[in-house]
Design a protein. Structure first.
Length: 169
């Protein structure tokens, strides 16, 4: 039965890693669901225990939060005002709905620029805020992908080291 849980978990985790590359797909969350399915399905006794679940949840949750907050924080770090942060957030939502993957970067960038221009900041400052926002979005996505891959690798190492799949090769 361990193999069935392992295969199901791996399917969820592969979907999660792929999903972490795509907008509107909760990639990292799918990786965590895969870990939980395996751990709970095997009764926390086949290489992934309670300590793993706690650690993976903390790391995954922190990465999800960082990825979600990267665009607004980057807009602020690039010298953007509150209007840039609000514009980036609105732009992210509108961009994803109207332009899909391209909107993931273009939406927050244009939103930050628009927010800055509306409150009367210079074009140069507005563009700087927009560029910072785009960098933040990309950094958030890179973080999500890296943590997803890292969690899957750690999961595989834990399961293989435990010998839970020995005899199923």
């Amino acid at each position: 039965m361990v193999v069935v849980w392992f295969v199901l978990a791996m399917l969820l985790m592969v979907a999660g890693v792929i999903g972490s590359l795509l907008p509107l797909v909760p990639g990292l969350a799918l990786v965590l669901v895969g870990v939980y399915v395996y751990a709970l399905g095997t009764g926390l006794a086949a290489g992934v225990g309670l300590g793993h679940l706690v650690l993976y949840t903390i790391v995954g949750g922190a990465a999800i939060a960082a990825s979600s907050l990267a665009a607004p924080f980057a807009a602020r770090a690039a010298g953007g005002s509150r209007a840039a942060v609000i514009g980036a957030t609105v732009g992210l939502i509108v961009g994803l709905l109207l332009a899909g993957p391209i909107g993931l970067v273009a939406g927050p960038c244009l939103g930050a620029v628009s927010g800055e221009l509306v409150v009367g900041h210079s074009a140069g400052q507005s563009i700087r805020s927009g560029f910072g926002t785009a960098v933040g979005v990309l950094a958030g996505k890179v973080t999500e992908v890296a943590v997803s891959v890292g969690l899957v690798a750690s999961f595989l190492m834990s399961v293989m080291a435990s010998g839970a799949l020995r005899g199923y090769s």
